[in-house]
Design a protein around this ligand. Sequence first.
Ligand code: FMN
Length: 434
Amino acid sequence: MLDGDGHKLRLTTLERLSEPEEVVRWIDAQAGENAVAGIDAPIVITNATGMRTADRLAHALYGKFHAGAYPASRARSFWRRTTKLSADLVKLGFRHGDELAPKSRGRYQIEVHPHAASVQLFGLDRIVKYKKGTLAARATELRAFRKLLLDHLPRLIPRVEIDSLPEIPSSGGKALKAIEDQLDALLCAYIAAHWWYWGLERNDVLGNSKTGYIVVPRRRTREQKLADVREQYSHVALQEADLDPDPVAQFEKWFAEARSAGITEADAMTLATVAPDGQPSARMLRLKEATADGFVFYTNYRSRKGRELAANPKAALVFYWPELHRQVRVTGRVLKASRADSEAYFGTRPHGAQLSAWASWQSSPVADREILEARVRKLEAKYDGASIPAPPGWGGYRLIPDSIEFWQGRPNRLHDRLQYSRAGDRWRIERLSP
Ligand SMILES: Cc1cc2nc3c(=O)[nH]c(=O)nc-3n(C[C@H](O)[C@H](O)[C@H](O)COP(=O)(O)O)c2cc1C
C-alpha cells in the first residue's frame, strides 16, 4: 500500500508472466478505471541519430553515472517487447504519462529507467550496477539496491511500507535475475506513483510520447527531504518496548536520527541554570559529546552561566528537533571537564574561534564592537600563526544526567513522554501524561 497525503494507492503484487499477451491481459484484469502502469524502459542507442529524444536526454543527464545508455540495438527483444507492450496498453486506454496531470484519474502508462531513477531518488553519486559483472559483484550491488529500497521507500512521499523483499542469493544467475526483475519492477511502480502524485514538481519528463519519453525523479532539495521526514515522523510513536534501557544510548539513537534527517543544527540545545537568588536563565549552546560520562559543552567559565554553575552546579538541557516532532529534556548536576579534555577540544576549533575565546570576556559589558575587534587584531599579531593555547577561564562542562525525558509529538496533542530517572545504579522508566 502506498500512502501520501491521505491518498491510498494500491501497488499490485508482482507476478511472473511469460507471454506479452498474458501480461497485457493481466494488467487489464487487475487495473480498474484508474491505474498507472510503470514500464521499465530500456535506453537504446543504435547510433547518435537513432536515439529516441528521451534516451538522448537521459544519456546527457545520467551518462556521468554510467546510467545513461547502453550501446544496444533496437533489434533487442527487450526493446521490441516494451514498445509492443506500450502500444497494447494504448489499446486498453492507457494514455502516455507525459499527458498526466498530478493526481488525475484515468489509465496511464509511465516509462521509467530504473537506474536513472535510483540515482536521483536516492541521491546517489553513482549507479548501482547490478546488471553487469561477475555473479558475486552483481549480488553485492543488488544487495545495496535492495537496502536502498527498504531504507528509502518508507521515508519518501508517497510512502510505501515494504514488509519484505527477497534476500539476495550468493549464487545462481537465474535466481539473481528474477530478484533483479522484481526490484526493478518495484522501483518502476514506485516512480509511476511518484509521477502520478507529484507531477513535474518532483520529476522530470525527458522527451515526449511521440518520440519517446522517460520519467525520472528530480534530486530532492533539502526542504523536500525535510518535508518527507516531517511526514514520516508524523506517524511515529514512542513505546516503552522501543526504548534502550540506557538513556544515553537512547539519546544517541535519536540524535543520529536527527542528523540523518538533515536537521542543520541538531546539536543546538538550551541550557538552563539558576542563580543563587533563584532566578533561572537559559541560552543556546552546542552539544559536543554525549556519553555515559555526561553531556559535554564548552564555554567561558566566567560567563553568566559559568558563575551560576559555580554557585549552583545543577542545570537542565532541552533539545528540539521540529521536523521529527521530538524533544529531549535532561536534568542533572554539572562538573567541569578535565583540563586535558578542554585543551584537546580547544585545539580542534578554527583559528578565528580560538582568537575570539581569548578576546571575549563573555557576558561582561563591552562599550563597543571596535574594542573586541581591536583585541582580536592584537591577538592575531601576538600569535602570528603560532598555535593558540586554551584560555585559562575557558573549558568544558559535563552534565551528568539524573533524568532524561524523550518526548514524541503525536496527533491531537496526545503525545508520548517517557522519562528515565536514576534509581541507585539503575534507571527507572515512567510514562508521563502529555
Ligand atoms: C545555536 C547556538 C549555539 C551556541 N553555542 C554556544 C556554545 O557552545 N558555547 C557558548 O559559550 N556559547 C554558545 N552560544 C552563545 C550562547 O547562547 C550565549 O550567548 C553565551 O554562551 C553567553 O551566555 P551567558 O551570558 O548566559 O553565559 C550559542 C548560541 C547559539 C544560538
